[in-house]
Write a protein that binds this ligand. Sequence first.
Ligand SMILES: C[S@@+](CC[C@H](N)C(=O)[O-])C[C@H]1O[C@@H](n2cnc3c(N)ncnc32)[C@H](O)[C@@H]1O
Length: 215
Amino acid sequence: MSNNKNSIAFSDNADKFSNHQYWQIITPPIKALFETLKNIPEIKWQKWLDLGCGAGMCFTHFPTTCQVCGVDFSPALLTHARANIRKNHLKNIKLINQDINQLDLKEKRFDGAMLFQCYPHLNYEVLIIISRFLNLNGWLVIAYGAEIEVIEAKHHQHPELTNRPIPLGLHMKMDFTNGGFKFEEEWKLSPQEVSDKAKMESERPLIAFLGRKII
Ligand SMILES: C[S@@+](CC[C@H](N)C(=O)[O-])C[C@H]1O[C@@H](n2cnc3c(N)ncnc32)[C@H](O)[C@@H]1O
């Protein structure tokens, strides 16, 4: 179990990340992202990692036949994640309380890893670690959702939190390459694919990057 300063700061934010209004804003872009991914025939959905899963906003969007391993270092957020699993009667999610920077899983052959609104707290070296747990040609999805500006503002109230500017465009492509992934695609989902509320909250409703493990 992780008990460092960052996980404590995220525990302080647990109510915000599990807050109903936040979920309403964030759900349409998550849905749009998963629909986009499910339309890519090469992507397999047997086993996925949901890294920095928080309260589990992505959980219901994975196919119910996909075994999902949610990892987060905040015990408070994992408590919300457990409640979410119960509420939605999900049988395909297991949770692990770990720091992604020291990821140590028995299972190694995942088809993909989702990092939703988590990458600004990490560095590209973590991609090398994640890659160890993926199948060759496994997928990496890094995405930022509708309310990222609000989240960042909130995090700045916690100066002890690791936070950095969101890498975009070429910087993100470099991170994928340095982490051992071939950069495949970048999406900016159009405003009509997200709710009116999300449009009001952000000019950047959803940005997502897709890569493939090649080494
Ligand atoms: C902005 S929240 C996003 C949560 C969820 N993916 C979502 O979209 O709602 C970031 C999450 O990443 C987790 N996190 C950040 N750094 C982490 C690390 N090094 N190891 C594990 N979890 C981490 C936090 O505890 C938090 O739950």
